[in-house]
Write a protein that binds this ligand. Structure first.
Ligand code: 16G
Ligand code: ZN
Length: 529
């Protein structure tokens, strides 16, 4: 390691005294002006990780749905997954080290993680459209170069596009070409192949209004437009030319406030959707003729995709194991519908993409979605190989056609991480193939009224949870109080958990009526103090 270079460059990216940050569920996130040293050091860490695993590592500068003034950074592992949990601690140590201790901390990481500093390093960089992102990504480059690493800067990309690039690069192109054209071509080809199999093709024109949260999704979707067939009429709103990123719009705003975003005029029964600021989440919605707003969140997206996949799996008759993975936030009626009506096993895990992704890997076909609209489908290697084989070898027409649809689904869905663009195409294809309107989709089941609250407490870490965050272990007595409150209402459920991204405790409650869900959430929030 070139100690002189390390000293010189770390002095250019000084750490504000007394600032301690943690690598949380979504990497580091904070006010942008606090992050320069963090991104520089994450450049160092990405180079170390690359040397450790002899593969290309990704690094994305984004704070997703946070306000425009914030920023963040997260690392992407070789197959496009989130950074391995064992390295999150190294990330936190490196970010918080005193400047004169930086070299020592790097040496310690090298020892603990068996990193050979003489090895090559390769890092892919991406960033969102925040005004601070460009400069921060330059600081990432400084970090990579101090450790002699190579880099490729993709500039403005969605978070899932960067995950895709990293996966393509490390699988020698098996997953696709590690370029934006490669991404657009792969997705659009699979999409067109899929809708070709629709019996009503030709008759339909698909209008879809998309709120891009004034983020990078708008740019990438515009770039992709020429790749779409004429029938697909995509109308982009909140493209970032007029308003601020995530301001009164985007998937998080729509989900949290349960109302339409600003900047998008919605006529009755029109199908609309919202991306978040870095386009890794999507929710759908519409307004009925009475003017009532209907949200179709991640749970209902998972349900639609599961119905479609389950039918195809029944046709190919391979006994593939399929399951849906949710978190405690999943609406109780979605879980009931999946288990009781659709008869698909449902698993509940802790909040955070890495937990859902990890669980979904246990199945041949693992569908995972957070209620907030982040999700995807994972196919096991064995299932994928078998499906591709059926497409070329199967004599039975129906079976072969079903396998072909599954094959196109495999290519259309971004298996590295939840991807708003890819999810949107999957949903549009399924709606077209099944001839479903947005209202029919919405009517699969009715969401139980629910309420999400957050409260500030002195130390949110006093709350420790178990059972996929559905029960509180500490402080003593809290769970008993929640149990007693829940008993007062019908169809009720409530839980508390410390946020992984903000200094708050979150409270979720659902019940038979909105008044009851609100009352229960409020009563539970009082019990937290
Ligand atoms: C992060 C997670 C998201 C989760 C959210 C919960 C990733 C990439 N993102 O944004 O999945 O829903 O945190 O936030 O894992 P909370 O802990 O503040 O409730
Ligand atoms: Zn996001």
């Amino acid at each position: 390691m070139d100690s002189e270079a390390l000293r010189k460059f770390s002095a250019l990216h000084p750490r504000p005294a007394g600032l301690t940050l943690h690598y949380g569920t979504a990497g580091f996130r904070s006010a942008a002006q606090q992050l320069d040293h963090v991104v520089f050091r994450m450049g160092l860490l990405a180079a170390l990780r690359s040397k450790a695993v002899t593969a290309t590592i990704g690094i994305m500068v984004t704070a997703s749905h946070n306000p425009e003034e914030d920023n963040g950074v997260k690392l992407v592992d070789p197959l496009g997954e989130m950074l391995h949990p064992s390295w999150e601690e190294y990330a936190t140590q490196l970010a918080n080290a005193e400047e004169q201790e930086l070299q020592k901390v790097i040496t310690e990481i090298c020892q603990k993680a068996a990193v050979n500093l003489h090895k090559d390093a390769s890092v892919f960089i991406g960033r969102d459209t925040r005004p601070s992102s460009k400069k921060l990504s330059q600081s990432v480059i400084d970090g990579i170069q101090v450790l002699g690493g190579q880099y490729h800067d993709y500039g403005l990309v969605t978070t899932p596009q960067l995950h895709y690039m990293v996966c393509c690069q490390n699988t020698q192109g098996q997953y696709g070409k590690a370029t934006l054209e490669g991404y657009y071509e792969k997705l659009s080809k699979a999409f067109m192949e899929l809708i070709k199999q629709s019996h009503c093709s030709g008759e339909f024109q698909r209008h879809l209004k998309i709120d891009c949260a004034n983020g990078v999704g708008a740019l990438k979707l515009s770039e992709m437009k020429p790749y779409f067939p004429q029938e697909v009429l995509i109308h982009i709103y909140n493209d970032g030319t007029k308003e601020k990123l995530n301001h009164l719009c985007g998937a998080d705003f729509v989900k949290v406030h349960q109302k339409p975003p600003g900047g998008l005029d919605m006529k009755p029964n029109e199908r609309c959707c919202s991306f978040d600021g870095d386009a890794d989440r999507i929710v759908y919605y519409y307004k009925d003729t009475a003017g009532r707003f209907h949200l179709i969140d991640g749970d209902k997206i998972a349900t639609l995709i599961s119905i479609f996949l389950k039918e195809l799996l029944a046709k190919v008759k391979q006994n593939f194991k399929m399951a849906v993975v949710q978190t405690a936030y999943a609406n109780g009626n979605s879980t009931r519908y999946l288990q009781e009506t659709l008869k698909v096993p449902v698993h509940c895990v802790k909040t955070g993409v890495k937990h859902l992704h990890h669980k979904a890997q246990e199945f041949d076909v693992g569908v995972y979605f957070e209620a907030n609209g982040h999700g995807t489908v994972l196919f096991s290697k064995a299932a994928e190989t078998k499906i591709r084989q059926l497409v070329t070898e199967e004599k039975d027409n129906e079976k072969r056609e079903a396998a072909k649809m599954l094959e196109n689904m495999i290519d259309l869905i971004n298996q590295t991480v939840g991807d708003a663009v890819s999810d949107m195409l999957v949903i549009e294809a399924i709606l077209a193939l099944k001839g479903l309107s947005v209202q029919q989709w919405d009517a699969l089941y009715t969401d139980l009224p629910n309420r999400l609250l957050k409260v500030q407490v002195a130390d949110r870490r006093v709350i420790d949870t178990t059972d996929a965050e559905r029960r509180a272990l500490t402080p003593p007595g809290l769970q008993e109080k929640i149990d007693a409150l829940v008993k007062k209402y019908k169809l009720s459920r409530a839980f508390v958990r410390p946020s992984g991204t903000e200094d708050v405790v979150r409270i979720y409650a659902e019940a038979d009526t909105q008044e009851n869900a609100d009352a229960l959430a409020h009563e539970v929030s009082l019990a937290v103090f």
